[in-house]
Design a protein around this ligand. Sequence first.
Ligand code: ADP
Ligand code: MG
Length: 265
Amino acid sequence: MAKVISVAVPKGGVGKSTTAVNLAASFAVSEKKTLLIDFDSTGSSTICLGFEKENISGNIFDVLSFKRSISEVIYETNLKHLDLIPSKISSTDEVRLHKITNNHHLFSHILTQEQLKEYDYIIIDCPPFLQGLTTISLISSDSVIIPIKAGKFSLSSIEKMVEYVEWVKSRYNSKLYIEGIVLTMFEPNTIAWKMTLDTINEKYCDLLFESAIPRNITLCESEFLGKPGVLINAKSPGAKAYLSLANEILSRVKVQKFAASVVYA
Ligand code: ADP
Ligand code: MG
């Protein structure tokens, strides 16, 4: 069974899609079969992987509304081991989607289908709000990654997210946990970052990933070139930071598997 990770926080422009795309690409580079699901109607991660809306015939909405099967909406990307379920959600679809997402366990059921058993990781790029798609994504996930950029508003969105994870956990998905908070567009010597880090270290120190993602132009180029950072320039600071984040997560999984084997031995 794949490990399902949502990338979510109720704020736009903090690096959710950049994290989802580049983390998924980094897992794929480590030869982990990975599926990225674009759950945001802006389709940012779809664009960053080189897909134009005109060339997409099926998307996750079609699966949630029983119009297509999951295998009909999976697209291979130009990176081996990385597949995508793109987003092509119109504004009218979004209204209908709201009703569909009232069925809280439909998406979890979809993710357990036989066709997805080949994946090691499923990464879900969530929209910048909690209701609807983010909620069903959290209900269906093992863990959640919370990206944060410098700023007071970012800090308050983390607080909301942490509270919401607890609520989803208590009501719908007891196995859900926070994989970690990742610093994005990190510029260590700025006052804004120093002030942001003061609060993070005080309140969320245990949740912080060691790998921080620097502000880096290669990651911005992704949306123009339709490739993840690692395919634009694998040696760029941005691509290296996401590879390091993926390794941090992969090494935790190894430790968890080792601990489990010791317990059951
Ligand atoms: P979200 O999905 O949270 O709305 P995005 O991932 O779309 O955020 O990022 C918002 C903008 O910031 C995009 O233009 C993206 O290219 C840029 N960006 C994200 N992370 C970085 C980074 N580490 N360095 C430079 N630009 C970044
Ligand atoms: Mg986004």
